[in-house]
Design a protein. Structure first.
Length: 113
């Protein structure tokens, strides 16, 4: 041990799931050891912390739109008629979906390296 290039030991505790994931990633990487894998990850890897809170708003909006569309579909099936007001409402709801999707895509984080 006196001739080691790396003299600083790192002790790390992992859950069973974390240990399994690490082992699988090491195996996939083709590297010879966990130590080599972790060193490479430390030196060249990246950790991303991305805020996806806007997706909650998006999902809530889609849920409301879906509920409205279901009500319209029920009314159409119950009466057997398609009303201009229903068609107009469906078009407005689909426009909201499109606008929400465009807004969501414009909020995608840029990953800088």
């Amino acid at each position: 041990m006196a001739n080691r290039e790396r003299k600083n030991e790192l002790k790390l505790y992992l859950s069973d799931d974390e240990q399994y994931i690490l082992e699988q990633k090491v195996k996939i990487s083709g590297m010879k050891s966990k130590s080599a894998f972790l060193r490479r990850l430390i030196l060249y890897g990246f950790v991303y912390d991305i805020d996806y809170s806007y997706l909650r708003d998006y999902n809530a909006a889609l849920g409301k739109i879906g509920g409205n569309l279901n009500q319209i579909a029920k009314r159409m099936n119950a009466t057997g008629n398609v009303y201009k007001a229903d068609v107009k409402e469906v078009k407005e709801l689909m426009k909201k979906v499109w606008e929400t999707q465009k807004a969501m895509l414009s909020n995608q984080p840029c990953i800088k390296q």
